[in-house]
Design a protein. Structure first.
Length: 492
């Protein structure tokens, strides 16, 4: 196994509920495999995969080989490591909501009470609360236990609080790891490094120097195969309440006094609480929701949202959201933060664009173009880079300014396999480092801002605006941003 310098973990038992599900096969098991390859997982550690299907361990291994293995690129696969990784897995057939079924799990864990124990709930959010209740009732919560849950945590503040109450009955807050996988992405963590590891940006990071901020998470995928979940959820709950708001708060937070988990999370929550509430008419003025219709992607025709078998013909669920948000603080007062996300858009891109103000007085305006304002672009995917647009004099015999980019490409700079977000998060859970997980009050503050938006939409008789698959969303999103004389950065 490679010695990458990754620190070895203490022995642990990792109990993965929902082990036969899509997330386990696509992300979680591959993530554990990669950490196994790095030699970070001690020999004694066990991976206990639990799900309802009646399977033996060898039968489950056959499924893992069929469903998880294809998610590991050929170049990253070392057969010998894969075989030793599989030997760590024990499968347990269990209905997580039925008390009598916990005996076999209890038997497996008996005698290992001193170890770190992770209960990872990769199940339907509808059974989070019951599963925690059952784990506690079976006497499986030890001082070194942690529970990890996937988003979405509830559908609104009230339902999130109910889940959080149940969690609190079984685990202390320091044992709870609420996952937003965006927080495990390298470039998201790099935002913190960029802002607080350099002296350059901080003096500029304020309303006096920044004109607006745009955060886009666009996806070319539709909701294929997830229609049932998605139609009840929609883009506001699926993407804005968590991923988009998390990017916003990391970008906008005040410098924490240290990298201590609560120092960071205390600053993040202040931003959520400072978001200007959008209610009633303000919602309709400052938000756009859309739903994709048939169109084309990569020259191939794709059907519209409501044409899928698992979506009702009259669905009003939004697959696109754009919001003009403001943060009411000295640093940000009056600066628009545009948030945008959508399915079936022209490209898969996650990008933060910080537009700086123009120079206060341009001495060059008589010769050619005047200065193009500075722009910082932080791209999270598909490629990971940071680009800073500056104006320079183009070569020639007169003073003509041209915008050019200072480019930092992380692939070129670091040139090694990028960890998938879950690798970092899973290791942090075992290590007991909650910095990149959402605290209870953070989740509540995010819902508090989101709920009135949902409510105003529900009460309005407007349907989501249609947009063609393969486009950049409905034209109303362009109108929204044009109110501030701006355009989306991809349209520049
Ligand atoms: C998930 C959403 O949380 O994030 C999905 O439920 C979305 O709808 C996905 O497709 C996007 O994640 P990523 O890492 O591919 O940008």
């Amino acid at each position: 196994m490679s010695d990458s310098g990754a620190s070895r973990l203490e022995p642990f038992d990792f109990v993965l509920f929902g082990a036969t599900g899509d997330l386990s096969m696509r992300k979680l098991l591959p993530a554990l495999y990669f950490r196994h390859c790095e030699g970070q997982i001690p020999d004694e550690a066990r991976i206990i995969c639990a799900a309802r299907s009646q399977l033996t361990t060898p039968e489950f291994i056959v499924r893992v080989t069929a469903e998880a293995l294809p998610n590991i690129k050929k170049n990253d696969l070392v057969d010998a490591h894969w075989q030793t990784f599989l030997q760590r897995i024990t499968y347990l057939s269990i209905d997580a909501t039925v008390t009598s079924q916990y005996q076999s799990l209890a038997d497996l864990l008996l005698g290992y009470e001193d170890r770190i124990r992770v209960f990872y709930l990769s199940t339907s959010p509808g059974i989070f609360a019951e599963t925690c209740r059952q784990i506690k009732a079976a006497g499986l919560v030890t001082p070194k236990s942690r529970v990890a849950l996937e988003k979405p945590l509830g559908r609104d503040l009230q339902s999130a609080e109910l889940i959080n109450d149940e969690l609190a009955n079984a685990f202390s807050e320091s044992q709870v790891y609420r996952i937003d996988h965006y927080l495990g992405k390298e470039t998201v963590q790099n935002l913190l490094a960029l802002r607080f590891g350099n002296v350059l940006f901080e003096p500029l990071w304020r309303r006096e120097r920044i004109k607006d901020v745009q955060i886009t998470i666009s996806e070319s995928l539709g909701v294929d195969g997830r229609g049932d979940f998605y139609d009840k959820t929609g883009a506001l709950r699926d993407m804005v309440q968590n991923h988009l708001l998390q990017l916003l708060v990391i970008l906008a937070m005040e410098p924490p006094a240290s990298s201590n988990p609560d120092a960071v999370r205390d600053e993040k929550i202040k931003v959520l609480r400072a978001l200007k509430p959008l209610q009633g008419k303000e919602v309709l003025k400052n938000t756009v929701r859309g739903q994709y219709t048939a169109g084309a992607l990569d020259d191939s025709p794709v059907p519209g949202y409501r044409e899928a078998d698992d979506i009702p013909d009259d669905s009003t669920t939004e697959t696109f959201v754009a919001i003009r948000a403001e943060i009411e603080s000295w640093r940000w007062k009056g600066i628009p933060f545009y948030l945008r996300t959508g399915k079936r858009m022209e490209q898969k891109v996650t990008e933060i664009v910080v537009n700086f103000r123009s120079v206060p007085h341009s001495i060059f305006k008589t010769v050619g173009e005047s200065n193009t304002p500075n722009r910082l672009i932080i791209r999270l995917q598909p490629d990971q880079n940071i680009r800073l647009r500056i104006s320079v004099k183009a070569w020639g015999d007169h003073m003509h300014l041209e915008p050019v980019f200072l480019d930092l490409d992380f692939n070129e700079t670091f040139g090694k396999r990028q960890l998938i977000a879950y690798e970092r998060l899973l290791i942090d859970i075992v290590r007991g480092n909650p910095t990149w997980f959402m605290r209870r009050d953070e989740v509540a503050a995010a819902w508090q801002w989101i709920d009135p938006i949902r409510q105003a939409w529900d009460e309005s008789d407007q349907r989501p605006d249609p947009y063609m698959s393969g486009s950049w969303g409905p034209s109303s999103a362009d109108v929204l941003i044009s109110q501030d004389d701006m355009t989306w950065a991809n349209n520049d």
